[in-house]
Design a protein around this ligand. Structure first.
Ligand SMILES: [Zn+2]
Ligand SMILES: [Zn+2]
Length: 124
């Protein structure tokens, strides 16, 4: 029959992770996120809050962590992928992406920029 939605005209491939459809590259992001144990906020390091340990969300729905994270697909006990809208700020205990804290290091180490030595002309 014509018009049946069997074909998805999207170029991004999805895979199932913890039963959640995620972009194909996402599981690697989740694995990487598990190694990011701390987040730097305004110059201070805070341990990140694992899924299922957010009192902020437990208040809204006490069983929220019985399903994988609706945003990043992790399960209880795992750490959210950076920028997940469920992650709780360890500093002010509210939603990390909307809280007023300034994240000074977004959980990844940026390489130091290589400073070029000043060129001093030899011929005077
Ligand atoms: Zn999440
Ligand atoms: Zn905060």
């Amino acid at each position: 029959m014509e018009g049946s939605p069997t074909h998805r005209a999207i170029s991004i491939e999805f895979v199932s992770y913890n039963g959640v459809d995620v972009v194909k590259t996402w599981p690697a992001e989740i694995v990487a996120a598990q190694g990011l144990l701390e987040i730097e906020i305004e110059g201070q390091l805070f341990p990140r809050v694992a899924y299922g340990q957010e009192p902020f969300w437990a208040e809204v729905n006490p069983t929220y962590a019985s399903n994988p994270c609706h945003d990043c697909g992790i399960v209880a006990g795992q750490l959210h992928v950076p920028d997940c809208d469920v992650e709780q700020c360890p500093r002010c205990q509210t939603q990390l992406i909307t809280c007023p804290c300034t994240i000074t290091s977004p959980v990844q180490n940026e390489p130091d920029p290589v400073l070029e030595p000043e060129k001093t002309p030899d011929n005077t």
